[in-house]
Design a protein around this ligand. Structure first.
Ligand SMILES: C[S@@+](CC[C@H](N)C(=O)[O-])C[C@H]1O[C@@H](n2cnc3c(N)ncnc32)[C@H](O)[C@@H]1O
Length: 221
């Protein structure tokens, strides 16, 4: 990642960390109206449950959560999976600090500051990569697709959700005029067709769904 983009991402989450969870979980009327108007009412909490349901209830492998953010959607599930090794990686120290508070004392969970474009893990060392709401924030999306695939074992699963352009005009507008200038989202953004091609080049099984402008997928390597 180049230095200017790195600093923009760090600053963006430093400034927004206190409102982040409330907006994503629609914790107040403003957040509800914002999600309804600009995102067609897509419910991130329900979507997170769907993604997490693809991880077995009893699981003893290695899971990489990237970007973990504040762990607002994942903390409860990660705590339950105490026979697994779970690595929560994010670029922002501010977000990691909040995740750390939620996950304190959980010895099977490791927090790690890093860049998804240069993951500090061996190839084929992870069983599941979980990536919620991340790819629209990553500056180099192809590198992120490559790296998350590289660290997965054969037979491993890539489970992700993120914004794709060209689905809802209002969403594209708020992304281009508000979220990208703030540094919360980072262009260029991909369409569903572009993402499908990228995933099909890397995975043997690709299942893609969309909910308004959010694409979510479950892929097998
Ligand atoms: C919208 S948040 C999503 C976090 C969490 N998965 C969730 O659903 O709440 C996006 C996160 O991506 C992180 N991020 C942006 N660029 C990154 C990169 N290159 N490597 C790792 N994390 C990055 C940001 O720090 C931020 O915490």
């Amino acid at each position: 990642m180049n230095e200017i983009r790195k600093e923009k991402i760090k600053d963006a989450y430093h400034d927004s960390k206190s409102i982040y969870d409330g907006v994503l979980t629609q914790g107040n009327l403003f957040a509800k109206a914002y999600i309804q108007f600009f995102w067609g009412g897509t419910d991130d909490v329900a979507l997170a449950h769907k993604l997490l349901s693809h991880i077995p209830k009893v699981f003893s492998g290695t899971i990489l959560d990237v970007p973990c953010g504040t762990a607002v959607f994942t903390a409860e599930k990660w705590k339950e999976l105490n026979a697994s090794k779970i690595i929560c990686l994010d670029y922002s120290d501010d977000m990691l600090r909040q995740a750390g508070r939620r996950l304190e004392g959980e010895r099977h969970i490791q927090l790690c500051q890093g860049d998804v474009g240069a993951l500090p893990f061996e190839s084929q060392s992870v069983d599941i990569v979980m990536s919620m709401n991340g790819f629209h924030a990553f500056p180099d999306k192809l590198k992120a697709f490559d790296e998350t695939c590289r660290v997965l074992k054969e037979g491993g699963k890539f489970i992700a959700s993120f914004y794709v352009r060209g689905k809802l005009r209002r969403t594209d507008w708020v992304v281009n005029h508000v979220l990208a200038p703030k540094g919360w989202f980072t262009p260029p953004f991909q369409t569903e067709e572009e993402v499908r091609r990228i995933l099909e080049e890397r995975y043997s099984e690709v299942e893609i769904h969309t909910d308004n402008a959010i694409l979510w997928c479950v892929c097998g390597k």
